[in-house]
Structures are given as C-alpha cells and as structure tokens.
Write a protein that binds this ligand. Structure first.
Ligand SMILES: C[S@@+](CC[C@H](N)C(=O)[O-])C[C@H]1O[C@@H](n2cnc3c(N)ncnc32)[C@H](O)[C@@H]1O
Length: 307
C-alpha cells in the first residue's frame, strides 16, 4: 500500500513531523494551478500587515510602495491626468498605508481609502492626523472585492501598483463596475497594470534563509517558485515558508493576471467607462521600474452606461 511504502521510507533519525513536511513539499502540485486559493499575499493577517508596513515605509526599495521621491512625481502626474482640483472626492482603492491618499488630502481633496491590511490603515489614519487632514480622509478596512461606495459619489479613483491583477478576472471586472458606479458621470479612474511585454514568462525557483523579515520575526527558510500559465496569461508564484523554531510551514500563492491593453480596455467599456487612454511607462516618468507598467485613465460615461 502507498501509505506503508511511504512510512517505510521514514528515516529513523528524522522526526516524523519534519519528514511529513518534506513529503508535503515533495508532493506539491507541479505546476500549481492559478487561482486555486485567493492567489494573494496574506495582507489582511494582522502580524503580516505589521511586517509588511515596514516594507511599505522602507525608503531603500520600492517593492511594496514607491519611495517618496517617486511618489511625488506620480502624484503630480496623476493630479493632471485625473484633472483633480481642491475639494474633489477621490477613492484610493487598495490604498495601503495611505501614502497617496494623505498627500491628496493635503492638496485639498477629500479621500476615501479602502484596504484590508489593518496595520497599513492604522498608519494611514495616524499620518492623516499628523498632517492635519483627518477631516478630509476616510479610511475603510474592507476587502475591495466587496466594496460598495455610494453611487456617483467620487470624482476620481485610483487602483495603483497592479492590484487589480491580483484578483480573479471576474472579480476584477466586478470591481471595475463597482468603481464606475461610485464615480460621477465624467469621473476618472486611473489603473496601473503590468506591461504584458515585460512579464517574466519563465520558470524559476529560489530559496533563502533569514532571521526575521516579511515572512516572520524568527528564523525561517523561504522556498520560492515561479510559473507561467500560458492559457490563462497568469504568473503564479508559490512560497513555502518553513518556520524553523515551530516547524510549521506557510503556503502562499501569488497569482498575477496579465492584461493586454485591448482586454482591459474592453473590460473598462463593459464596466461603464466611455473612453480609455493608455500611458505606457507612466509617459516616461523617471520611476525605477516605469517600463514595467502601463497606466490606464478611463472616463466614466453618462449614468445610464454604468452597470
Ligand atoms: C502593493 S500594496 C500598494 C499600496 C498602495 N497603493 C501604495 O502604492 O502604497 C497593495 C495593497 O493592496 C491591498 N489589497 C490587496 N488586495 C486587496 C483586497 N482584495 N482588498 C483590500 N485591499 C487589498 C493590500 O492590503 C496592500 O495594502
């Protein structure tokens, strides 16, 4: 029997728990399937969100949020692209620690930031207090896939840093429709998505150890793999993180849906947006990774068009 065969392969010098863990790794599905789970990082886990906040605020890299000098450039650019003015209302969808939201409030907008990472939102609220813009900021802790902002309540909306792509395409379509409903006719949505031309379609794997970091505050071993699903046009990263002190393992999949400009433009039209402009590489803004991104600015059609 398979079970007996497996048991007979236990090494007497190895704890059964360790051996089980290694067999789980060995038996992982190869390749992993896209969207078998949420396909996203555990942003809404309290401890993970505390650790991730360190990454957002780390000015040495832009992996979680762009560094402040780049954000300033982006904010000037999007202020013009969205034709923002003082007293307008902006929804920052997946706002993280509010680094854009609070700055837009400082520039005179009323901002609603929605995110499900508790530590990031606590930071955003504190930053709004420090900047004296609490009255112009509302932060909502929610999964944006269940977002329901009042109809026609916003002049503009943002979905930055590729976050529309870390949800299933049908969830992304529903979020676009919900955003269109929340915008006034003529309101604008800015979406930043990976440029399909630059996406790594290769297969790779890596590992590293650390004493503390994003994955925990005690020694861990991170085993990472990357796959490309050609049919679904989706990259899948799988992280198996073994916490050395407890012997427990976290399994995380990060799916990133790739959208070609034609597809996202079609989705925006279906959601109720009348026109879409396409801005590869942030129109040449000197961001360290600008070439990897395309920005779309969509204008909400007349009210009867919104689904
Ligand atoms: C890469 S960070 C970017 C945050 C912010 N836009 C910035 O650039 O500083 C992605 C953010 O999206 C949030 N997020 C991802 N999926 C979400 C969901 N389904 N609902 C709410 N927030 C989500 C995460 O919690 C995280 O704060």
């Amino acid at each position: 029997m398979a079970g007996d065969k497996r048991r007979s392969r236990y090494n007497r010098d190895m704890e059964p728990q360790q051996q089980d863990l290694l067999w789980r790794i060995y038996h992982r599905p190869v390749p992993p399937e896209a969207w078998t789970d949420d396909g996203n990082l555990p942003w809404n886990d309290v401890d993970f969100s505390i650790r991730m906040l360190r990454e957002h605020l780390d000015e040495a890299h832009g992996a979680a949020s762009r560094v402040s000098a780049e954000r300033a450039l982006q904010l000037d650019w999007l202020w013009d692209a969205l034709r923002l003015q003082r007293d307008q209302t902006v929804a920052d969808i997946t706002c993280g620690p509010g680094l854009y939201a609070v700055e837009l409030a400082r520039r005179g907008c009323r901002v609603t930031g929605i995110d499900f990472a508790p530590a990031a939102l606590a930071y955003a609220e504190e930053a709004a207090r420090e900047q004296g813009v609490t009255a112009r900021c509302t932060f909502i802790e929610a999964d944006v896939r269940q977002m329901s902002l009042p109809p026609a309540s916003c002049d503009a909306a943002l979905i930055l840093y590729g976050q529309l792509a870390v949800m299933r395409p049908q969830e992304a379509a529903a979020l676009l429709a919900a955003t269109a409903r929340a915008l006034r006719p003529g309101g604008r949505l800015l979406i930043e998505l990976l440029n399909p031309e630059g996406v790594d379609r290769g297969k790779s794997s890596w590992w590293y150890t650390d004493d503390r970091g994003l994955w925990g505050n005690a020694p861990f071993l991170h085993l990472g793999e990357r796959y490309w699903d050609e049919d679904q046009e989706c990259s899948i990263e799988r992280y198996q993180i073994i916490h050395l002190e407890s012997g427990k393992m976290d399994l995380i999949h990060l799916c990133d849906q790739v959208y070609r400009p034609e597809r996202i433009t079609r989705m925006l039209h279906e959601a109720g947006f009348a026109s879409v402009t396409v801005h590869p590489g942030w129109d040449g803004l000197p961001l360290y990774d600008a070439d990897e991104w395309i920005v779309y600015v969509a204008t909400r059609g007349p009210s009867e068009d919104a689904q």
